[in-house]
Design a protein around this ligand. Sequence first.
Ligand SMILES: CC(C)(COP(=O)(O)OP(=O)(O)OC[C@H]1O[C@@H](n2cnc3c(N)ncnc32)[C@H](O)[C@@H]1OP(=O)(O)O)[C@@H](O)C(=O)NCCC(=O)NCCS
Length: 319
Amino acid sequence: MRRAVMIGTGSALPRRQVSNAELARTVDTSDEWIVERTGIRNRYVAGEGETTSSLATEAARNAIEAAGIAPSDIGLIILATATPDQTFPATATIVQAALGVDDCVAFDVQAVCSGFLYALSVADSMIRGGSASHALVIGAETFSRILDWEDRTTCVLFGDGAGAVVLKAEDGGDRGVLATRLHADGRHNQLLYVDGGPSTTQTVGKLRMKGQEVFRHAVTNLAQVLREVMQDAGLTVDDIDWVVPHQANRRILDATARKLGLPAERVIITVDQHANTSAASVPLALDVAVRDGRIKPGDLLVLEAMGGGFTWGAAAIRY
Ligand SMILES: CC(C)(COP(=O)(O)OP(=O)(O)OC[C@H]1O[C@@H](n2cnc3c(N)ncnc32)[C@H](O)[C@@H]1OP(=O)(O)O)[C@@H](O)C(=O)NCCC(=O)NCCS
């Protein structure tokens, strides 16, 4: 059986860190409120010259180096983002050019915070279908550029960054993507959205969210999709070494783990340092845990995310 095996991970963050205390100097909020309600202590914010494509390119270079392949080996680049450099061309093609990959398939996927799960699932299908032997799957965002910095209910929650993985087609063996599950329910698209766009306002717009309602849906949907993907892969909670969740809010992570009976110490948490980096959050957390030695070859991982749309998804992977 052909599988997409993860052979390298990488990530990138902007230079500038912004603590809760620094935010509280310009917004009516406090470190105590943000930590208690979200678990966030710090976020990174892109500065001059830093863009979604520049962060994505740096993360991709790190993943390619970790994988020990040449950029020219890559036949497929899928980049998940809701904050592309431009409306078009796809940011994936900007990354392709920056990496010096002459000819490959390259496109963006837009599923907001679940974008990386959507991109991973598409790449897995294309690899198993034989369209590429090496794929680069990236999640990269600069949400700081679509935040309303006067809206304390949203601006404290998000940050910028990028994460990437290299997938390789391998026949036989038990490593690789075992199962993926995706969902969308467009009835809820007014709970989390951006109030602009090329075809409506001809502006980029700002992020708007009804936080409490999103919270409620998130816990239910994430617990459901985690159960589904474990069932598809023939796994129980006891088989899982690490859950690598979308990093939106510490309370969502804790509530979801409790619902599934998952011990908190098997959940990778970076939301305190990075805040919510949307499509970048899962590959960023994954790279942190691979590089600090927690995630080891052979470990059973479950990745999950939920975002605007709503969209949500999960993947079971033997690393
Ligand atoms: C946004 C979120 C942190 C708010 O937490 P909450 O416990 O639901 O808080 P509420 O919205 O009920 O607000 C409580 C109070 O805090 C205030 N508040 C909101 N943001 C604040 C801030 N940054 N600092 C201080 N006070 C704030 C509110 O105005 C409200 O005040 P009021 O009672 O006087 O009206 C929480 O709902 C959440 O995380 N939701 C999910 C968001 C998410 O993960 N989205 C991304 C999914 S991809």
